[in-house]
Design a protein around this ligand. Structure first.
Ligand SMILES: [Zn+2]
Length: 248
């Protein structure tokens, strides 16, 4: 852990400074969530698990929603007891003195459970489900991740997971938030945590911040596509580094 680099971040991180944070599966590793073929890991490495990808496709969802729910349940089961770790908690506390926008690829809902308010869950969340018949959303019912697909508490229809399935478009409203909060007016500091950043919509805010002279910081055990655009790089575990970085 480089003390000089930590001091450099702290010198720029004055109260009120706008901070953008991009997170991927790596931030939830210390919560016990598997990153390999796991939630989030699925999206971090779409080359893995062709059968799982097929089960989680829009086509399968339309033809056989029970199969999609079964695949989601087997992905979610290992993380049922997962709690926010010190990295999630440090980001939530940072909101008390800075304007923070988190763009996460994870569907585990752990940023919100830690207390973060401004989170763009670009791939959705398994903490919620939708009823297409009632045109309404609900907290994920307790029968998930079980044997049977969760059903609407009102009309008993099979719910739809509130996640972006393969072959589906990203939600326009969330893409608009990325543009408004991270691209058009880049934050003064942009931190990428635990993401191998394979997707252009995740990379773009980091590259934009770099081009506009913001302080770009990467926190990841391995080099990634973002590393050449990071002014500071930390190879430390996020749950150890972030609380120190924010002096919390
Ligand atoms: Zn319903």
């Amino acid at each position: 852990m480089s003390v000089d680099a930590i001091l450099e971040v702290q010198a720029r991180l004055k109260p009120g400074v706008r901070v953008g944070v991009i997170t991927g599966a790596g931030i939830s590793r210390a919560s016990g969530l598997p990153t390999y073929r796991g939630l989030g890991g699925l999206y971090d490495d779409p080359a893995e698990g062709a059968a799982t990808m097929e089960a989680l496709s829009a086509r399968t969802w339309r033809a056989d929603p029970e199969r999609t729910w079964a695949a989601l349940a087997s992905l979610a089961r290992p993380g049922v007891a997962a709690l926010p770790n010190p990295a999630h908690l440090a980001l939530a506390r940072l909101e008390e003195r800075n304007e923070v926008t988190i763009l996460t690829q994870n569907v585990d809902g752990l940023h919100q459970r830690a207390g973060s308010q401004r989170v763009i869950e670009i791939h959705g969340s398994l903490a919620r489900a939708l009823c297409l018949a009632c045109d309404d959303g609900y907290p994920m019912p307790p029968e998930f991740p079980g044997v049977h697909p969760p059903r609407c508490p009102r009309c008993r229809s099979i719910l739809r997971p509130d996640v972006v399935l393969f072959e589906e478009r990203l939600p326009m409203g969330k893409l608009a938030r990325i543009e408004r909060e991270l691209l058009l007016n880049p934050p003064e500091i942009l931190i990428a945590v635990g993401t191998s950043a394979l997707f252009s919509y995740v990379n773009a805010p980091f590259l934009q911040a770099h081009a506009s002279g913001s302080l770009t910081v990467e926190v990841n055990p391995e080099p990634t596509a973002l590393t050449p655009f990071a002014r500071l790089v930390f190879r430390d575990p996020a749950e150890l580094l972030l609380p120190r970085l924010f002096a919390l």
